[in-house]
Design a protein around this ligand. Structure first.
Ligand SMILES: NC(=O)c1ccc[n+]([C@@H]2O[C@H](COP(=O)([O-])OP(=O)(O)OC[C@H]3O[C@@H](n4cnc5c(N)ncnc54)[C@H](OP(=O)(O)O)[C@@H]3O)[C@@H](O)[C@H]2O)c1
Length: 342
């Protein structure tokens, strides 16, 4: 890899919850340089720090404070030398923008659901299905651009915990989620609705889990999901019960998580991507930004066996591993596998 060269990238939807994580994570990225950032038209010309209502529990990095917001214009992005576009747009806006960007030759790494279910568009999580990146060839790469998506945030945590358990044969997945408010973006829900309250419905979320877990892991279990919004800022907690083909013990599950490693070394991948602890009250959403890199580890706990079922809890940072951090990791896999920095 050429250590002195950086790839020019754009962040579209840079001011939202996911966009902020992109800007934070990319500020000091060893391979990527943000040269273009967009949001809605009213922000054009304003400095990023001036126009963004920063919600992350970390200081806004110096490197991004003075970046001027630009118009969403393909020609200007090409003139700026952008190769990779990170998308944090709402699905409806992405549905129009992302095909245009792909046709113009950009490599798009998107958080939006708009193109996730197209058969030639991967829902990529490097630890679980890195081989699916090659679907970009079915979209026309290297002659054209492509779109690579990441999963819905709650599905990402589930896919990470289930990937090393595939060898036991996953027949049924019953999952309940306790999802933070940042999952609804900014400004998101009204505080009058969510303060001191839980809401047992998140539009379209249960259907997304059922559909995406099968596409990501190439398995076909029965999936039973309930998703609940809870008054927590960051992190999604999930409780899971599994029916497995094989008669396994909790020790086998713990070992599978411990041995779970990614094939390729990437800057955004933790050394141990799924970390289990037998501590009684583990994991909790207040550990969302733990780990190295921060927010990229999926934590599991409360492992138990009852009759032939295996149960556990997991916690994923929805806006980091479950969104922008995952997208950056996907772009790193692409750069490494296709030698963009060689
Ligand atoms: N939040 C999560 O945990 C999470 C996890 C996984 C995936 N996702 C997906 O990631 C995407 C972004 O989510 P989010 O939570 O960050 O949403 P958000 O906080 O509402 O941010 C949306 C961003 O898109 C911009 N935008 C909205 N309408 C636009 C338009 N017509 N033209 C140009 N820019 C526009 C907004 O700019 P302004 O600020 O100027 O309006 C903002 O920068 C969504 O598709 C979401 O489903 C979210």
């Amino acid at each position: 890899m050429n250590e002195n060269k950086k790839i020019k990238v754009a962040v579209i939807g840079a001011t939202g919850a996911v966009g902020q994580v992109f800007m934070w994570k990319l500020a000091q990225h060893p391979w990527f340089d943000v040269v273009y950032a967009t949001a809605s038209a009213s922000r054009i010309g304003l400095a990023y720090s001036e126009t963004t209502h920063w919600i992350l529990p970390l200081e806004m990095p110096q490197e991004i404070r003075d970046i001027k917001m630009k118009e969403f214009k393909i020609k200007s992005m090409q003139e700026a030398g952008v190769q990779i576009v990170f998308s944090a747009l709402p699905a409806g806006v992405a549905r129009e923008a992302e095909p245009q960007l792909r046709a113009a030759g950009f490599y798009i790494f998107s958080n939006a659901a708009a193109m996730r279910y197209d058969s030639n568009v991967p829902i990529l999580i490097p630890e679980t299905n890195y081989e699916k990146l090659d679907l970009i060839r079915d979209q026309g790469y290297p002659k054209t651009g492509f779109v690579v998506t990441n999963a819905n945030c709650v599905t990402t945590g589930l896919a990470m915990a289930l990937a090393p358990l595939r060898k036991f044969g996953i027949n049924t997945v019953s999952i309940n989620s306790y999802q933070s408010v940042s999952g609804a973006g900014y400004p998101g829900l009204s505080s009058l609705d969510i303060q001191d309250n839980c809401i047992p419905f998140i539009n379209g979320e249960e259907e997304k889990i059922e559909k995406e877990i099968k596409k990501i892991l190439s398995i076909d279990p029965e999936v039973y999901a309930f998703t609940v919004r809870v008054p927590v800022m960051f992190g999604h907690l999930e409780t899971v019960w599994l029916d497995l083909d094989k008669d396994v013990d909790v020790d086998d599950i713990e070992k599978a998580w411990k041995d779970f490693k990614i094939e390729t070394d990437l800057p955004s991948t933790p050394e141990q991507p799924v970390v289990y602890s037998s501590e009684k009250t583990f994991p909790q959403q207040k550990y969302s930004f733990w780990g190295n890199p921060s927010g990229m580890v999926v934590y599991t706990g409360r492992l138990k066996k009852k009759k032939n079922k295996i149960g556990f809890c997991l916690m994923v940072n929805n806006i980091v591993k479950g969104a922008a951090g995952g997208s950056i990791q996907n772009a790193e896999l692409f750069v490494k596998k296709y030698g963009l920095l060689d």
